[in-house]
Design a binder for this molecule. Structure first.
Ligand code: HEM
Length: 499
């Protein structure tokens, strides 16, 4: 029998081994060169199958507090899983500043919501648009807001006049308990309406009332950030069907106003923001980034919704909170009496000489911020933030409430203390870095100046005439509020007692 060829076997073995080693090395090197760079994602809570972390976000009307508490455990930057989709939640001031100020070009986009497209019939707008179109729209609207008086004496007269109508409607209640929400909302809305489409509406106008009810429902029943709007199957339920129907009615109201403006347009007499848009687009489609005439109503809707519900809720919060802190109300009234008296209407320069009033209004906005979350932004490219990677397209949720209530920035954050905004000698207000109720960076609220004007002029006018009291017969008010798109004080009654 021939002996086995040992050397042949040896070489067969070597060549097989070399082949395997060569092959493995090749695969490893190939993998190293072609694999996606490992990314370090922000930390976050463990996920459940399918729903991810949704069960942790269901804080109902108190989601802002639930999400602020989550960050105590997981830090100021958190990765959250919403039905398998990654979202980044920011609650830390320095991280928000880094993202929205230092890396502003990477975090200026808003998330494009499918729900928005369903409700409006197209993507984008002033609040939700991106890119060149949004930039152009924002610039034009800001210029128009300034031209029509934002921050100026001309608008001051209009707001004071509206405050007088509001005071008259309060007087009609003769100190008895009443729900102030409808008239405050109407008064505030009249300011933005007069700038946007040159009209104010009586408080008992039924068509305008139903429009305002719709805005209130829209802002209180929906949410940003929203989980429900990510489930298209829900949009066929009666609530969403009715929302869509009412939205269509609102659109046709605003379209009607724009049509009327078109019919009466005179380029030598630009009356309001609609006219500014009409002048800007003298053809039907306009340049790529311009707002086509057919969509002017959408820009006006954004101003109308963003400018009505936010500021009216801030005023309602001010009235309600002051009933619970009568010594603060008294001190603010005293300061107003000393400087202005009860007859002369307040003016913007008075604010500098009313530091306690100003500090009280700032503390209201910190204590119960109406914009707890900014409308979600999105990373436009992969971006590093504090060593973590935020991948392109990831929605970024920002919890302003968490910043405004963080013990890192505020002593006794759950207490209502206007003095925290005063200088040591009490003669002027100071604005801490963490006071950001209007957001930050390139998408900061464009109505900030208008809102601050309104809050100051309306409240000063009202405090000149009335002392607000909580009805003795009503159950104690719930100061936690109800979160929708805005944080509202919910339904309450108040007594406006003549001074
Ligand atoms: C107390 C009153 C108000 C508060 C607390 C408030 C708060 C905010 C916040 C937090 C944002 C998001 C900013 C960001 O993304 O960083 C915002 C955006 C916006 N606000 Fe306001 N707002 C108020 C009043 C107004 C008024 C009166 C108007 C109308 C003139 C207005 C129009 C807008 C618009 C159009 C945007 C979107 C800006 C953009 O995306 O470029 N807001 N607001």
């Amino acid at each position: 029998m021939a002996s086995p060829n040992v050397s042949a076997l040896f070489f067969d073995y070597i060549s097989l081994q070399s082949f395997l080693i060569f092959g493995m090395s090749f695969l490893i090197i190939y993998h190293l060169f072609t694999r996606e760079k490992p990314v370090k994602l922000p930390p976050g809570p463990p996920c459940l199958p399918l729903i991810g972390n949704v069960h942790r976000l269901l804080g109902g009307r108190q989601r802002h507090i639930v999400m602020a508490k989550m960050s105590d455990k997981f830090g100021g930057i958190m990765n959250i899983n919403v039905f398998g989709k990654r979202v980044v939640l920011l609650t830390d001031l320095q991280l928000i500043r880094e993202a929205f100020l230092d890396k502003t070009d990477r975090f200026s986009d808003r998330v494009q919501s499918q729900f928005g497209e369903y409700i409006w019939g197209f993507k984008g707008s002033l609040v939700f648009g991106n890119g060149k179109g949004w930039k152009y729209h924002r610039r034009t609207t800001l210029r128009a807001l300034r031209n029509f008086g934002m921050g100026k004496r001309s608008l001051e007269n209009k707001i004071n006049e509206e405050a007088r109508y509001l005071a008259r409607s309060f007087e009609d209640e003769s100190g008895r308990p009443f729900n102030p929400q409808p008239s405050v909302q109407n008064a505030v809305s009249n300011v933005i309406c007069s700038i946007s489409f040159g009209n104010r509406y009586e408080y008992d106008d039924p068509e305008f009332r139903s429009l305002l009810d719709y805005i209130k429902m829209f802002m209180s029943k929906l949410a940003v950030p929203s989980i429900v709007s990510k489930i298209p199957k829900l949009w066929v339920t009666p609530f969403y069907k009715s929302l869509k129907k009412q939205t269509d009615e609102c659109i046709s109201f605003l379209r009607g106003v724009v049509e009327h403006h078109k019919a009466t347009f005179d380029s030598n007499d630009i009356r309001d923001i609609i006219d500014v848009h009409l002048q800007d687009n003298d053809d039907e489609c306009g340049a790529e980034e311009k707002l086509p005439r057919s969509l002017i109503w959408r820009g006006i809707f954004d101003l109308f919704a963003a400018g009505t519900d936010t500021t009216s809720n801030a005023i309602l919060w001010a009235m309600l909170v002051l009933t619970q802190y009568p010594h603060v109300q008294e001190k603010a009234q005293q300061e107003i009496d000393d400087l202005i008296g009860r007859e002369r209407p307040p003016s913007l320069p008075d604010r500098l000489h009313l530091p306690y009033v100003d500090a009280t209004l700032m503390e209201i906005q910190r204590f119960r911020p109406v914009g707890c979350f900014v409308p979600p932004r999105a990373a436009s490219v992969d971006t590093e933030l504090r060593g973590y990677t935020i991948l392109k397209g990831t929605p970024v949720w920002v919890n302003l409430y968490a910043v405004l209530h963080s013990p890192k920035h505020w002593k006794d954050p759950e207490e209502f203390i206007p003095e925290r905004f005063l200088s040591a000698d009490g003669k002027r207000t100071e604005t801490p870095e963490a006071f950001i109720p209007f957001g930050l960076g390139s998408r900061i609220c464009i109505g900030e100046q208008l809102a601050r004007m309104e809050l100051f002029l309306f409240m000063t006018n009202l405090l000149q005439r009335f002392t607000f009291e909580f009805p003795k017969e009503d159950p104690k008010p719930n100061l936690a509020g109800e979160l929708g798109i805005t944080l509202s004080p919910g339904r309450f009654r108040i007594c406006a007692v003549n001074r």
